[in-house]
Design a protein around this ligand. Structure first.
Ligand code: BDP
Length: 689
């Protein structure tokens, strides 16, 4: 439906034999020519369905929409084109475009990928792109690389399955050891990603098991096939590699990054990869983390390891995404001086300035691990001499596993806007460095994402990576329009319902799971559902320290782990003080008594109770709204049923969270609920002692 605005119109896109064709072909290059033909095929399909017309050879009569490269142009006869081209040529970069509305809507790009993004822009705007005239508007992505990282395994892992932390069916690429990617499906996937603004995909898990390690060598053909199917949509393919590969898939006895034989092994491996995939993006590496091999084993550091791989890739134009998710996963909960939150900064900040330009240190957005609410990782402010990428988790490992509605555009936007002295923000650091990365939430599921409404997270990720200043609610609105139809008419009610369900869903999830910045009260292993003490006495470094008097982790300099000292001002000061620390992060930074009064005026214990009741009520209302909305139009019966089934589970799970958390804290603290609601899950009021 969304294509109607384009498909009903007369579109001119200079083709291989049209005006300026020779110049266009030269400007586009071989890969670029693919992209221009992708744009043509998209428009051709739309006009076939909706009755418009596509001209490739010259505007036969007036056009409504003209898309062309600045270097080529559509030739004479398109009013306003020369002005536009003169104004914008050479300023749009590899993916940007300019758009203006004169007699026709004109889209001009310096490079073919810009035409593709321009087309999707017109698609998002719909009829508005063909209304009253408007002046030249330039659009360029804030982040040069907008990458989705798949955690797909080749073999089925005994614990993690086919896709680690995957909640959207199987892998799009592999099934039980075999390469089962369906070309049409991968092309459709590339199209989906490109429409969201994504331009890079890492195809396999960062935990590289023995079979996946061979994707780098004898199974590179599989990666090349994926690259071939994705290339027409401007998407480059990256590969997660094992640091131990020279030993495990090669015949060397060491993987020491300073050993000349190891360096030569990687140089040869990179050469072979590029022979198979000339536009290969580069490597993603999880090293010395959670059991993955790395440079520490040879007495080297992360800069030695990352630079060695960068040197292998550099001659071919590739980059290394080296993850900063490094910590001791055998930490002793009794040692309060150590703190997992501090680890990435301790490992990486001292290395600032030592990484090559083609190394991108990929930092999780928070200091611990994709929890529902975390402060921003202090590493992001601590490495001005290093290119950083920021990693978010679209796959909802800790945010409801795509059984719960949890719209993540909201927290990502907050994270990207987080700033400190000198006008720096998370978005500006990522934009200047290596961009924004999302762990994929997609898979072989018919709706791509398991929960159909989780598609909005992929969309929001891509849109915010393109422009971090976008309002996440407006982005959600775009997704709703593109997926379910325009605002007016019969679609108005579905839109209202979807907003009512989704806008505040992340905060809702936080309310019934882990308010005040406390994390990891999840069941160990699979991380779904509540288990307050599940990780409390383990080695994973994820504690809440609840006792009869209070709860939270003291991360202050004064009396705690000193983590607050890793932040620049003013945050270091703000987080250090329990009075200044934002309520929503209080228990992340402070251990406080249950009677501690929050900035909101409520005590911590009462807030825990209130927020769990409120969270469940919110989810119950979400389900009622959905039930009141009959399937129909673009809301298919299958989709409606899937969302209904997931909302039932969300209600069940939210009640379970409420009852377990409230019962736990009631028993620990002995403090009754001010409103005398049942706290221990029993269906009777609790009489205050
Ligand atoms: C954790 C996941 C684990 C990943 C790890 C990572 O539980 O499966 O391997 O992150 O990012 O959150 O490497």
């Amino acid at each position: 439906q969304a294509w109607r605005a384009i498909g009903t119109r007369r579109v001119f896109l200079p083709g291989p034999s049209g005006a300026g064709a020779a110049v266009a072909a030269e400007a586009a290059g071989a890969a670029g020519a693919d992209l221009v033909e992708t744009v043509a095929a998209e428009i051709a399909a739309a006009v076939r369905t909706h009755g418009g017309r596509l001209d490739r050879t010259g505007p036969a009569g007036p056009a409504d929409l003209v898309l062309a490269l600045a270097a080529a142009g559509p030739g004479d006869g398109v009013a306003g084109w020369d002005d536009l081209r003169t104004e914008v040529a050479g300023t749009l970069g590899a993916e940007g475009f300019a758009i203006t509305r004169r007699a026709a809507t004109l889209v001009c790009a310096d490079a073919p990928a810009g035409l593709l993004h321009g087309l999707f822009h017109v698609l998002r705007a719909g009829d508005a792109a063909f209304g009253a005239p408007f002046g030249v508007r330039r659009h360029r992505p804030a982040m040069r690389r907008r990458m989705v990282d798949h955690w797909d395994n080749v073999d089925v892992h005994p614990v993690m399955g086919q896709v680690e932390r995957g909640y959207a069916g199987g892998s799009l690429f592999w099934t039980a050891g075999a390469f089962t990617a369906d070309p049409a499906r991968i092309r459709a996937y590339a199209r989906l990603l490109a429409a969201c603004g994504v331009n890079a995909v890492a195809v396999n898990n960062v935990n590289v098991h023995p079979t996946e390690a061979r994707l780098l060598t004898d199974r590179i053909g599989e990666v090349a096939a994926i690259a071939g199917w994705m290339r027409p949509y401007g998407i480059r393919v990256h590969l997660s590699v094992s640091f131990a590969a020279p030993r495990t898939v090669g015949a060397l006895h060491t993987a020491d990054p300073c050993d000349p034989a190891v360096r030569a092994w990687w140089a040869a491996a990179a050469r072979d990869v590029y022979a198979a995939i000339p536009d290969f993006g580069g490597f993603v590496v999880k090293a010395d983390s959670e059991g993955q091999p790395g440079p520490f084993g040879y007495g080297r550091d992360h800069a030695d390891g990352a630079n060695m791989l960068a040197d292998a890739l550099a001659p071919h134009g590739g980059v290394v995404h080296w993850r900063a998710f490094v910590y001791n996963h055998h930490q002793d909960w009794r040692d309060r001086g150590t703190d997992r939150a501090k680890a990435a900064h301790q490992h990486f900040a001292p290395l600032d300035g030592r990484f090559r330009d083609t190394v991108i240190v990929q930092v999780k957005h928070g200091p611990v691990d994709f929890q529902t609410r975390e402060p921003v990782s202090p590493v992001i402010a601590a490495m001005p001499g290093t290119r950083l990428a920021v990693e978010v988790q679209a796959t909802q490992e800790y945010t409801g596993q795509q059984r719960h509605v949890c719209y993540l555009g909201t927290p990502w936007s907050e994270t990207l806007g987080f700033g400190w002295a000198g006008g720096q923000t998370v978005a500006s650091v990522a934009a200047a460095g290596g961009g924004l990365v999302a762990v994929a939430n997609t898979g072989a599921d018919a709706f791509w994402t398991g929960h159909p409404l989780a598609q909005a997270n992929l969309y929001a990720y891509g849109r915010l990576a393109w422009d971090p200043a976008l309002d996440p609610c407006a982005v959600l609105d775009e997704w709703i329009t593109l997926t379910f139809g325009a605002a007016a008419g019969p679609d108005a009610e579905p839109r209202r319902t979807l907003h009512a369900i989704m806008d505040d869903s992340w905060r809702g999830y936080e309310r019934y799971t882990a308010p005040l910045g406390v994390g990891f009260m999840v069941r160990p292993g699979h991380h779904y559902g509540p288990d307050v003490d599940g990780y409390e006495y383990t080695g994973w470094g994820t504690y809440h320290f609840a006792d009869r008097d209070g709860v939270g982790v003291d991360r202050t300099r004064a009396t705690g782990t000193g983590f607050t000292g890793q932040y620049p001002q003013p945050w270091s000061r703000i987080y250090e003080s329990p009075d200044e620390c934002p309520d929503e992060l209080l228990l992340f930074f402070h251990h406080v008594p249950y009677g501690h009064v929050l900035r909101s005026g409520t005590t911590v214990i009462q807030h825990i109770y209130d927020s769990h009741f409120a969270g469940v009520e919110q989810v119950e209302r979400m389900r009622e709204r959905w039930r009141a909305l009959p399937p129909g139009g673009l809301l298919s019966a299958a989709l409606h049923a899937r969302v209904s089934e997931r909302l039932d589970e969300q209600v069940r799970s939210a009640r379970e969270w409420r009852d377990q958390i409230n019962a736990y804290f009631f028993r620990k603290s002995g403090v009754p609920d001010a409103d005398r609601r049942a706290l221990d899950g029993a269906r009777r009021p609790v009489i205050p002692r």
